[in-house]
Design a protein around this ligand. Structure first.
Ligand SMILES: [Zn+2]
Length: 150
C-alpha cells in the first residue's frame, strides 16, 4: 500500500495547489509503467473557463501529448476523488491499467456511484480500481474548501 500512498501524496499536493487557486481541490498524478510520474495536475476549470479541465483530463492530455499516443497502456492514474462519468470514460478510452482514488463521491462520482462507467456493458476497457487510498485526507481537503466558501 505504501506505493499507492506515496503517489497519492503527490496528488494531494496538486489538490491543495488547486484550492489555493480557488479551484475545487482535486489532484491527479499519472504514473508510467516504469513507476515514473508522467504528469500531475489539479483542477483548472475556472482558470481555463473549461468545464472539462478536471485534474484527470489534464494529466491524460499531458501524458498522451508527451507520448504521442491517444492510449497509455500500463499506466496508473491516481486521483484524490472518485472520477466523474466524463473522466471515467476518458480513463477507459486511454486504456489506463489501474485507477487509484481517495475519497468516494456519492453525489458526482461515476465509478462506484451514478453511472458506474466501468461496470456498464458499453465499457470497452475497465482498469483495475483501488479506492479509499488516503481517503480521510482527500475528504478533509474538500470539506474544508467548501466550508470556507459558505
Ligand atoms: Zn471529472
Amino acid at each position: 500500500m505504501s506505493r499507492f500512498t506515496s503517489h497519492m501524496t503527490l496528488a494531494l499536493d496538486e489538490a491543495r495547489a488547486a484550492a489555493a487557486r480557488g479551484e475545487v481541490p482535486v489532484g491527479a498524478v499519472l504514473v508510467d509503467p516504469a513507476g515514473h510520474v508522467a504528469a500531475r495536475a489539479g483542477n483548472r476549470t475556472r482558470e481555463l473557463s473549461d468545464p472539462t479541465a478536471h485534474a484527470e483530463i489534464l494529466v491524460l492530455r499531458a501524458a498522451c501529448a508527451a507520448a504521442g499516443s491517444e492510449r497509455l497502456p500500463g499506466h496508473a492514474l491516481y486521483v484524490t476523488l472518485e472520477p466523474c462519468p466524463m473522466c471515467a470514460a476518458a480513463i477507459g478510452f486511454a486504456r489506463i491499467a489501474r485507477l487509484v482514488y481517495g475519497a468516494a463521491d456519492p453525489k458526482s462520482g461515476g465509478v462506484a456511484h451514478g453511472p458506474r462507467v466501468f461496470a456498464h456493458p458499453q465499457a470497452h476497457h475497465a482498469p483495475e480500481v483501488v479506492d479509499g487510498i488516503a481517503a480521510a485526507d482527500c475528504e478533509a481537503l474538500l470539506r474544508d474548501f467548501f466550508a470556507a466558501r459558505r
